[in-house]
Design a binder for this molecule. Structure first.
Ligand code: SF4
Length: 352
């Protein structure tokens, strides 16, 4: 809406660090302190248009408008679930779309963001997995989703975001540098100043990149979408497991845990008659013993493309209490936003 032709050729100003910004401002024959002013508008005040930057001269705002785009992501459409979950479809400047979900609970206001347009992994239960991966999002596009959902949270529910999870479309660790750059903007005191503790990056399990996170000493939480703790079953639903076996993931997580001491969560969707037996729970328990972690058991939302169904309630309960009896922190995560296809594994741009 209102996005004129030619937006694509403009540089997304949110991709620039303060240093880059200073360089470019000087090249435009403006005093260096303008960079700081712009940076503050972008990152502290979540400006959505250059016109809001009232301490800049009008003539400079015009120049900025010509050369840069500012908020290249816009909400094109949203749906609100009976449980208050909001699914947003975001328009990107090049015409692509991604989805992001705002999840309000009693103690949290969580934004689930996308990191890629589509996904190159082909998890068999996930609607995004049936789409092609078109491209990586840049860091500005990732942060924009957060900025927009933070405004939305305040408008709809009167509360700011408390948590940010990279669990939308795409595999964050295959867009490594942009995701890390986005986290930097989100957590920097000159930026949005979110605590690392409130940020979780979720991966389908790429051992080499988990090790890289450890080497880079990241400070955010890590979640592994495990879903099966034996290679045969996991290969069946997550082809990425063929080149990243459970053994290699275990070693990578041990390394991550020792190097960073950051919390790890194992995500486990319980599928009907696939991974819902006590023997499966025992395998999950064994896997979880290698490093400190907690377990989220997730209710599945069937999608028409996939053959899997949600496990029966009594099976999920038995699974949970088996793990708890063994001393694990294990919790069932009820599905949110089911009625609007906003739940885990359902993001696929139906009306796209
Ligand atoms: S579950 Fe995640 S990694 Fe797997 S296909 Fe879906 S978006 Fe990609």
């Amino acid at each position: 809406m209102g996005m004129g032709a030619g937006t694509n050729s403009k540089k997304n100003i949110r991709n620039l660090s303060l240093e880059d910004l200073t360089r470019e401002v000087l090249a435009l024959s403006q005093p260096g302190f303008r960079a700081k002013q712009i940076h503050e508008w972008l990152w502290k005040r979540s400006a959505t248009r250059f016109e809001e930057m009232t301490n800049l001269p009008k003539s400079f705002i015009e120049i900025l408008n010509q050369d840069y785009s500012l908020n290249s992501v816009q909400i094109s459409n949203n749906q609100i679930s009976k449980d208050r979950t909001v699914k947003n479809i975001f328009n990107l400047a090049d015409g692509n779309q991604v989805e992001g979900v705002l999840i309000p609970t009693t103690e949290r206001m969580t934004a689930c963001v996308s990191s890629q347009v589509g996904c190159s992994l082909t998890c068999k239960f996930c609607a995004t997995g049936f789409m092609e991966r078109k491209r990586n999002l840049d860091s500005g596009e990732i942060v924009d989703q957060v900025v927009l959902m933070n405004l939305q949270a305040q408008e709809l529910y009167g509360l700011p975001l408390t948590n940010i999870v990279f669990m939308g479309m795409g595999e964050p660790l295959l867009n490594y540098s942009n995701v890390l750059q986005a986290v930097k903007h989100l957590t920097s005191p000159d930026g949005l100043n979110y605590s690392y503790k409130r940020i979780t990056v979720s991966t389908a399990g790429i051992a080499k990149m988990i090790r890289k996170l450890a080497d880079d000493k990241v400070q955010f939480n890590l979640a592994l979408s495990l879903h099966a703790a034996n290679d045969k079953k996991r290969n069946e639903i997550m082809p990425i497991n063929e080149s990243n076996s459970l053994e290699s993931l275990k070693d990578a997580l041990v390394y991550f845990s020792t190097e960073t001491k950051n919390p790890i969560t194992l995500e486990y969707i319980v599928f009907d008659r696939f991974n819902d037996q006590i023997s499966d729970a025992e395998e999950l328990y064994q896997f979880s013993q290698n490093f400190p972690c907690k377990i989220n058991l997730i209710e599945y939302n069937p999608i028409s493309l996939a053959a899997y169904k949600n496990a029966k309630a009594d099976k999920i309960e038995a699974f949970e209490s088996y793990l708890q009896r063994k001393g694990m922190i294990a919790n069932v995560r009820r599905s949110r936003g089911k009625d609007i296809d906003a739940a885990c594994g359902q993001l696929a741009l139906k009306q796209g």
